[in-house]
Design a protein around this ligand. Structure first.
Ligand code: FES
Length: 159
């Protein structure tokens, strides 16, 4: 009669260890997923770059129109007073706001702004920045994302 050594993998202690390892691994992965999601929530996608002036070729917005200018991280808008530019950088923690109709909404913590960039709800502590804009001789419009101006400033359309 042949006797075989007991199979360690079938022992209750081995199964218990395997289950402990499996549960520990699942908990560890869950903790990593939660930590990653929390980190993304708390750290918005800011880049350290200082944006440079951006030229928008011959913008022809109707009153009430708007145009997102990605290179400037800004919206170019026109109201009855003329053209103005709003920074798309949320004043809470710097995420880029999305267009809504009306206004804008931050995807990070749900701050909302009206069409003039005034903060309405959410954690944003102040309105979106209004950015300097100017016409070139060629009829193009330059947005300077590094220069904040008064919310009342408007640029008349070129005739
Ligand atoms: S970054 Fe927090 S609401 Fe926009």
């Amino acid at each position: 009669m042949t006797t075989h050594p007991p199979n360690d993998s079938l022992r209750p202690t081995s199964r218990r260890r395997f289950l402990q390892w499996l549960i520990g691994g699942a908990l560890g992965l869950s903790a990593l997923a939660v930590a990653r999601a929390t980190g993304r929530f708390l750290t918005p996608p800011l880049t350290g770059e200082q944006p440079q002036p951006v030229t928008v070729p011959n913008p022809a917005l109707a009153v009430g129109g708007r145009l997102y200018v990605a290179e400037a991280r800004a919206y170019l808008l026109r109201d009855s007073g003329g053209y103005f530019a709003l920074s798309a950088v949320c004043t809470h923690l710097g995420c880029l706001v999305d267009e809504r109709n009306p206004g804008f909404q931050c995807p990070c913590h749900d701050s909302r702004y009206d069409d003039q960039g005034r903060n309405l709800t959410g954690p944003a502590p102040r309105p979106l920045d209004h950015l300097a804009i100017a016409w070139t001789h060629e009829g193009d419009l330059v947005i300077d994302p590094g220069l904040v101006v008064s919310a009342e400033e408007r640029l008349s359309p070129v005739s």
